[in-house]
Design a protein around this ligand. Structure first.
Ligand code: SPV
Ligand code: MG
Length: 535
């Protein structure tokens, strides 16, 4: 159904339906997600969100721009609060055309004079429009619309301005005859008697719309019993956000910190979700060139990690939850943030339990009897172009990957110089000796790998490889060749990444070393896991 069709159905559903106020794309989306079937684009709220008064201070094209963002962000119909139509019949019919072009389902116009004032400010001093002139405006809007389902709601301000039911009915008949699809009966009383009296006198001649801002304590069953078709909650998202923002701003100013607020505000990830950032990431995969500068990543995630006990009974350690998210998902997000668009995961243990958004998978079904190089060789066809190879059980600060990707060396690895301070050494560390140790002084000379081995004598060790390797397109070809050569060895199935580096060194390939001091972790033990939760 088109949005105008949806709106028409709300007016004619035979039930009392509800519209929620919104004032920008974000609040419109939130209203839709909460379950509302339609949106009230409130003049008051849009003006307030723009920082101006509800007196036509924002121009009609500025309002049009806001409502276009709202329509783009949602799939449900929007009824725009068109105030008095921003001029005479001619301005209104042009507005209707523009609203139709921008996916807005309906407009509401009120029988006051331009520039209007909000109904709850000096209401009795506000003159009503001439009834005949206003009826002509409605007719012009209806004649001007291209989509037969676009709706024009005529809003009667008579009760607000102090007129009685007789005058309201006189005007209602005139606006109905002019073609209004529904009548909005506004009241500023704290009880609903005016709108109920009108509904009872008017009957079912056409749908009725109300705005219970002042008589908010009336149960909706009263409106249902009176046959009200549409109830508008006219400004409550705006007011909710004002209260929340005031509280947050005061607190942050007072405390000079956002520390205490963090748990009470929407996470940044929620902002991204509301913006549908995921769709863009997927579109980038489809439409941006892959084999330019963007590296591909191969993540080695085949091993179970039995040291983690219960946690890895039915899933490999790459899928263990860290801070509410599987390790592999976090790693994938970090890779994506640095521009990796193609992610290949080598899985083995409990492979059906392995997933990551947007990743492709390669299987090492011999994972129990094989090592890292065997896993990497499963992805041999993927070894093309610039490449990142990562262990599947590591997390690192963003700068580490950024620094690695920024090097122009064909092969580069990240080495932790603070390896002695790690409190969970377990004998499986890839110890590194380099052309020189890490120094805090700036030094122009590049550092290269001299040896990598789990058995290096501690006094000769300069650091520990963290499990991240970068290769340029040419470097990837060298990796591939080394892998093919090693594959002829009888013990190939048991070889590790350290064996690959040793082989590359023997072939005379320079491997750049980039030092870090901490800022990463791997998850080999339960102790590591609890540290990872806090990383
Ligand atoms: C609005 O939300 O802008 C309205 C409703 O027009 S009211 O503020 O009640 O007049
Ligand atoms: Mg308004």
């Amino acid at each position: 159904m088109t949005k105008p069709q949806q709106f028409r159905q709300l007016l004619r559903s035979g039930r009392t339906e509800f519209l929620m106020e919104a004032h920008n794309g974000l609040s419109a989306k939130i209203a839709q997600e909460a379950g509302f079937k339609g949106i009230w684009a409130s003049g008051l709220s849009i003006a307030a969100a723009l920082g101006v008064r509800d007196n036509n201070e924002a121009s009609w094209t500025q309002v049009l721009e806001v409502v276009e963002f709202m329509a783009d962000a949602t799939d449900i119909p929007i009824l725009l609060d068109g105030d008095t139509g921003y001029g005479n019949f001619n301005n209104l019919r042009r507005l209707v055309r523009k609203l139709e072009q921008r996916g807005v389902a309906a407009v509401c116009i009120e029988d006051k004079l331009f520039p209007k004032t909000n109904s709850f400010i000096d209401s009795e001093r506000q003159p009503l429009a001439d009834m005949t002139e206003f009826a002509g405006k409605i007719k012009a809007a209806k004649d001007g619309q291209l989509d037969a389902n676009f709706a024009v709601v005529a809003r009667l301000e008579g009760f607000i301005a102090g007129w009685d039911l007789t005058e309201m009915l006189r005007r209602a008949h005139a606006y109905h005859a002019a073609g209004a699809d529904a009548l909005l009966i506004h009241s500023r009383k704290s009880t609903p008697d005016q709108v109920l009296a009108f509904a009872s006198a008017w009957g079912a001649r056409c749908p009725l719309v109300i705005v219970p801002t002042m008589y908010y304590s009336t149960p909706v069953e009263v409106f249902e019993a009176a046959g009200i078709n549409l109830v508008i909650w006219a400004n409550h998202s705006l007011r909710a956000s004002i209260a929340a923002m005031q509280q947050a701003c005061r607190e942050v100013h007072r405390e000079r910190s956002v520390r205490n607020l963090e748990d009470r505000v929407a996470p940044v990830q929620e902002v991204f979700r509301l913006q549908n950032a995921q769709e863009l990431a997927e579109a980038e995969d489809r439409y941006l060139p892959r084999n330019g500068a963007a590296p591909k990543a191969v993540v080695l995630a085949a091993s179970r990690g039995s040291e983690l006990g219960e946690f890895t009974r039915q899933q490999p350690k790459a899928m263990v939850s860290v801070g509410g998210q599987p390790l592999l998902h976090k790693l994938a997000a970090q890779l994506r943030k640095e521009g990796v668009r193609d992610l290949v995961v080598v899985r083995g243990f409990a492979k059906d339990a392995v997933n990551a958004p947007g990743a492709r998978f390669v299987d090492n079904d011999e994972h129990e009897a094989t090592g890292e190089l065997y896993s990497l060789s499963r992805a041999a066809v993927e070894l093309e172009g610039p490449l990142v190879v990562s262990y599947g059980d590591i997390l690192f600060r963003r700068f580490i990957l950024a620094m690695l990707l920024a090097t122009d060396d064909d092969l580069a690895i990240v080495v932790d110089a603070a390896w002695r301070e790690r409190n969970s050494l377990n004998g499986f560390e890839d110890y590194v000796r380099a052309t020189r140790p890490h120094t805090l002084q700036y030094c122009e000379d590049k550092v290269f790998l001299s040896a990598m081995d789990r058995q290096l004598p501690p006094e000769t060790v300069h650091g520990e490889w963290i499990g991240l390797l970068k290769a340029s397109a040419a470097g990837t070809q060298r990796l591939k060749l080394a892998l093919q050569e090693l594959a002829t060895r009888p013990d190939f199935a048991r070889l590790t990444m350290a064996d690959l580096f040793t082989h590359l060194l023997a072939r005379g390939e320079p491997i750049r070393v980039l030092y870090t001091s901490g800022h990463w972790l791997d998850v080999d033990s339960l102790e590591d896991l609890s540290r990872a939760q806090a990383f």
